[in-house]
Design a protein around this ligand. Structure first.
Ligand SMILES: *[C@@H]1O[C@H](CO)[C@@H](O)[C@H](O)[C@H]1NC(C)=O
Ligand SMILES: *[C@@H]1O[C@H](CO)[C@@H](O)[C@H](O)[C@H]1NC(C)=O
Ligand SMILES: *[C@@H]1O[C@H](CO)[C@@H](O)[C@H](O)[C@H]1NC(C)=O
Ligand SMILES: *[C@@H]1O[C@H](CO)[C@@H](O)[C@H](O)[C@H]1NC(C)=O
Length: 705
């Protein structure tokens, strides 16, 4: 292919995928917008001197909002609210009087105020006391808001809530001693390190019907994750959200962390403790939309409908399904707010990266909803000038966000796109003309498993289709494979374990009697589905907390519709700790699988070579990074001396075996034996070896010599 006609700024992408060539100009324009914005931001200093993107983001979160100077004991507050005429800071500290008017707004719409220390030398606003900002609008009316950059907001007490409703209260967080981090970030090399992610929600992380805390998570759940062998934790529902049942997706205060679970210092301790265990911590960041709340959220913040969001009459200001507001990514102050938000979580809380929520909704003007949301893979759906409906501004924002995160943590940042559309180049480096994400979620995989379990009997499972779905991904763009995330656990759906075993889980998980067929099958397939997804489906792996031990039932948050019940808003770790139940087997298998991968490495290695998909035997065989994976999905047939191809000659041994008794299996496989290759081509491989592979088991072989 001749590269001469390809714009230089996307040549890397076109070199990787020549089918992009007809769309090179479109890709180039899209990249150009992000690069131009980056230039504008870097030259936005008052004197035009150049600053880095990092400095821009850092200086922004350090100047907007409330800031206590420990040396001078002054408090400085800055707020951008161009539609307001006057602004007043009020709170417990001034008995909610209009005594602290902010300086007249500047030409850009910023209000500022500096509060000198009290006569006794203390800060003028006590730590953790309540505050608000009041704006007087052009029509003379007064509106009360939580500062847009506030770092703590709390639920009102019961009495206040009864009288005034559940509106969150802003607080001035300024502890005398803030948490001091002891551990540095774990190393992570995108080129060759594996990434095994444990997705978690703090509030549901206990078996009790209550909201669990950061402290409990640190004490009780981190050691579990360490034992399981995961490399990273992905925390959802951290950004403050007044409505618990939104699962954290209707964010009200972008710089505040959810106060339901504890204090900012306690979250810092959690992250620091994870780092001490060598575990990265990623934030599920919601920049795709925002809660419609105005009194305790960003909506109508300065009285106008178009400050942070597209105006309501533009047709772009609201999400068609989510009942939420949509950011105007093209606006400079919105870019500032969101980029500063990322820098804040990385600097202040030491997060190691982000899972960007709702990327498909951001990328397209149709938000992935309706007819436009059905993607067939035709490049025109993403890249045609006329047909693609891509929101160039949102894409450019995501590119800038990726620049910033990787500049902030050059050696170990992780960014993941929640994109179901499969937008080509999204996970290529920015330098190649890509979106700059490190990974995307393999959102087709959980759908495949659920569909299979719902609609096919075991003898109808199509090995070719399963393999195709697992390996069907873009060359050069990494994906996070998973069987189920929080999405599949939500009410209305069922966990994989529940699809497999259903109500028998209530009565038949005991080890005190032989398991009925449904449990035996469920336990066997649950392990095989996880291992196959893990080893064939991507360059990283994700598990949603609880599913490692086959969590039964679903998730449902307390809300009016379920009488505010916490019954389904918890994870039943008691099940795995109960020695008389079979959940511990699934859990120990997960630990063995993660630790085996850590030792032998297959995730972040080139795609597997699949040498066999046998529909009648229901056997799948492949090699990845030199390891040999053999799966027998046949419901009844076990195979003796089953011949499988293998490229590299040598002596092989079993390193993982789903049939071990400690994993709830039947111990039919002798793990002490060695497998010697025979120098004769088989299934397009140079050698073969023969194994005993019982019905519904999988083994992994590694080369000894
Ligand atoms: C107000 O905002 C503008 C534009 O974002 C910025 O250039 C200016 O320095 C800000 N003013 C203050 C006092 O920070
Ligand atoms: C991963 O890559 C880095 C840099 O490219 C290299 O130094 C390191 O040895 C590699 N590690 C492995 C396990 O291949
Ligand atoms: C909620 O409580 C009411 C009254 O006790 C009861 O009739 C109703 O069935 C309950 N609903 C649910 C979803 O539990
Ligand atoms: C699948 O296995 C059966 C029985 O062992 C064999 O006859 C058939 O040739 C195999 N098919 C493939 C594609 O290897």
């Amino acid at each position: 292919m001749s590269m001469t006609k390809i714009p230089e700024n996307v040549q890397g992408a076109v070199q990787l995928d020549s089918w992009l060539e007809p769309y090179a100009d479109v890709l180039s324009e899209r990249r150009y917008l992000a690069d131009k914005w980056s230039y504008d931001i870097r030259h936005s200093t008052p004197d035009g001197s150049e600053q880095s993107l990092v400095d821009f983001a850092r200086n922004s979160y350090k100047s907007y909002g409330l800031h206590a100077n420990p040396k001078t004991k002054e408090i400085y507050y800055k707020e951008w609210a161009p539609n307001a005429q006057r602004a007043f800071l009020m709170g417990d500290f001034n008995n909610w009087q209009e005594s602290h008017e902010m300086n007249a707004k500047d030409e850009f719409g910023n209000f500022t105020i500096t509060l000198p220390p009290l006569e006794n030398g203390d800060f003028a606003i006590p730590h953790d006391s309540k505050i608000k900002v009041m704006f007087i609008l052009p029509d003379g009316s007064k509106i009360y808001r939580l500062p847009a950059w506030i770092t703590r907001a709390t639920q009102p007490d019961k009495e206040t809530a009864k009288q005034f409703g559940p509106t969150y209260e802003g607080r001035f967080w300024n502890p005398q001693t803030s948490y001091q981090f002891k551990n540095s970030r774990p190393k992570f090399n995108l080129a060759n390190d594996s990434l095994k992610i444990y997705e978690a929600h703090i509030g549901i992380s206990s078996p009790e019907p209550k909201v669990a805390s950061y402290k409990e998570f640190t004490q009780n759940v981190l050691p579990r994750i360490k034992h399981l062998g995961y490399d990273a934790i992905q925390l959802m529902a951290i950004m403050e959200h007044a409505y618990y049942a939104s699962f954290g997706y209707q964010v009200t205060n972008f710089f505040a962390i959810s106060s339901r679970f504890g204090t900012p210092e306690e979250l810092k301790e959690l992250i620091d403790t994870a780092h001490g265990m060598g575990i990265l911590v990623l934030l599920d960041v919601i920049h795709s939309h925002a809660s419609k709340n105005s009194e305790d959220g960003l909506n109508m913040f300065d009285g106008s409908d178009h400050q942070y969001f597209h105006g309501l009459t533009s047709g772009r200001g609201e999400h068609p399904l989510w009942d939420s507001r949509l950011f105007n990514y093209g606006a400079f102050e919105v870019q500032r707010f969101l980029l500063a938000n990322l820098a804040f979580y990385i600097d202040v809380y030491q997060f190691d990266g982000f899972r960007f929520d709702g990327v498909t909704s951001m990328l397209y003007l149709h938000h992935g909803v309706g007819a436009g949301g059905a993607f067939s893979g035709d490049y025109n759906e993403y890249l045609s000038r006329e047909r693609s409906a891509v929101d160039h501004e949102a894409l450019a924002y995501l590119m800038l966000a990726n620049d910033l995160v990787h500049d902030l943590i050059p050696d170990s940042a992780v960014t993941i796109a929640e994109d179901v559309s499969g937008y080509p180049t999204l996970c290529l480096p920015r330098s190649a003309g890509g979106g700059g994400f490190d990974y995307r979620l393999a959102m087709a995989l959980p759908d495949m498993w659920i569909k299979l379990l719902k609609t096919k009997s075991d003898d109808e499972w199509d090995m070719g289709h399963i393999v195709h779905t697992l390996i069907n991904r873009r060359h050069g763009e990494k994906v996070v494979a998973y069987c189920e995330s929080h999405d599949q656990a939500l009410v209305g759906d069922k966990t994989l374990a529940f699809w497999l075993m259903d109500a028998a889980m209530y009565t038949d998980m005991t080890v005190l009697k032989e398991p009925p067929l449904v449990i035996d099958r469920g336990i066997a397939l649950h392990k095989m589905i996880r291992l196959l997804t893990h080893s064939l489906g991507g360059e990283a792996y994700l598990n949603f907390e609880g599913n490692e031990f086959g969590h039964p039932e679903w998730l449902d948050f307390p809300r009016a519709g379920n009488n505010d019940s916490y019954h389904y808003a918890r994870r039943q770790f008691n099940l795995v700790d109960d020695d008389l139940l079979r959940y511990k087997f699934l859990n120990e298998f997960d630990s063995a699988m993660q630790n085996c991968e850590s030792k032998h490495q297959w995730l972040n290695t080139p795609q597997a070579y699949v040498s066999l998909k046998n529909e009648s035997d229901k056997v799948i065989v492949f090699e990845r990074n030199g390891h040999l994976f053999i799966f027998n999905f046949h419901p009844t047939q076990s195979f003796t001396d089953y011949r499988v191809g293998i490229d590299v000659a040598g002596t092989y041994k079993i390193c993982l075996n789903t049939d071990r008794e400690e994993f709830g299996g039947h111990n039919r496989i002798d793990e002490s034996q060695c497998f010697y290759t025979t120098d004769m081509p088989w299934n397009n491989r140079k050698n073969f070896l023969q194994v005993y592979i019982p019905s519904r088991t999988a083994i992994v072989l590694t080369r000894e010599i």
